[in-house]
Design a protein. Structure first.
Length: 322
């Protein structure tokens, strides 16, 4: 209801997989609907009125954007309450003013005026996002409320949003082009020694371009500002060779990885502690998720309103019997 099929079909990784994966049948809901599942995974751990950011690499940005659109659509559809005064004539002037702002609600056949008015404003809120919609209503915002809503996720990119693998392709364990935390210093040196570099720099005397070199991307992650400057200048002026550039980067990577590897070893020695950390995180995550599910149920089914109605009607019955 809130996710048109076309949104899922245009996800770049979906189209890419169809072009590249020939040995599997990808015509399944699981594959197509994966972004909806991912959206639920993201949003279920959001807290009301707290900005929600997802730390991702550059290649995942479009997925988070789709999640934002799905959430926006959900909020517009389920989390906007339009005041009755806008269709029962009590605030006819305000309704006309809102039409000036948002355009005219198209009349749908077989639908009541009340339904048309609500659909129209919800549609506008879905298109522009509930926050933007409410802001645009200005002094007429009193006619709209949003009892509960999901947070729209945003991306959190680091200054190195795309880390290439040793071979320059996207880093992936399945491509065998990554360095893991458990690798020895010797292995790190061996692997980084054969990393691809700026392909246009054929000879030691050729100036290179660090901006297209995976080794320089790794320098940005692990090296000090001085080394970073040394690599950029040395590369552009052919003052340094790729072998020494890689060796220096490996030095910094090894220094960076040492304490992380040590922590990993400690956890490996104490698996019970790992379980404690996982259980503690799960419990905290579950508390947040339960609250989110509560808000979603309220938005979709209006349980609290129903409960109040039932409570009130029960009280009335008791009062009559008394
Ligand atoms: S000198 Fe360094 S940054 Fe330049 S191409 Fe060689 S490895 Fe890459």
């Amino acid at each position: 209801m809130v996710t048109p099929l076309s949104w899922l079909e245009r996800v770049p990784t979906y189209k890419e997989a169809f072009e590249n994966v020939k040995d599997k049948d990808l015509h399944t809901y699981g594959f197509l609907g994966y972004p909806c599942l991912q959206t639920a995974d993201i949003v279920i751990y959001s807290e009301q009125a707290v900005p929600l950011f997802v730390p991702v690499g550059e290649d995942q940005v479009s997925h988070v954007e789709l999640s934002r659109e799905i959430v926006r659509s959900f909020n517009g559809h389920f989390c906007l309450v339009v005041s009755e005064a806008l269709w029962d004539g009590a605030a006819a002037d305000d309704y006309r003013a809102l039409q000036e702002i948002f355009g005219t609600a198209p009349g749908l056949r077989d639908e009541s005026f009340a339904t048309n008015v609500q659909r129209f404003f919800k549609l506008r809120a879905r298109e522009m996002g509930i926050e933007n919609f409410l802001e645009k209503t200005g002094k007429y915002s009193k006619h709209f409320s949003r009892p509960s809503a999901l947070s729209e996720p945003g991306v959190m990119l680091t200054k190195t949003p795309r880390i290439p693998g040793l071979d320059g392709r996207k880093m992936s364990k399945s491509y065998g082009n990554a360095i893991t935390l458990s690798e020895s210093d010797d292995d790190i040196r061996k692997k980084t020694k054969v990393m691809v570099t700026d392909p246009a720099r054929k000879r030691r005397s050729d100036p290179g371009n660090p901006d297209v070199c995976p080794v320089y991307d790794w320098h940005k992650l692990f090296s000090t500002p001085d080394t970073l400057q040394w690599a950029a200048e040395g590369c552009r002026t052919a003052g340094i060779g790729c072998i020494e550039c890689k060796a220096k980067m490996a030095d910094h990577l090894i220094t960076w990885i040492a304490p992380v590897r040590e922590r990993r070893l400690q956890y490996e020695k104490h698996p019970a502690r790992v379980l404690e950390v996982i259980d503690d995180g799960s419990q905290r995550a579950r508390r947040v998720a339960q609250q989110t599910i509560g808000r979603v149920r309220e938005a979709v089914f209006g349980w609290e309103k129903k409960r109040t109605e039932i409570r009130n009607s029960t009280t009335e019955i008791h009062d009559t019997h008394d």
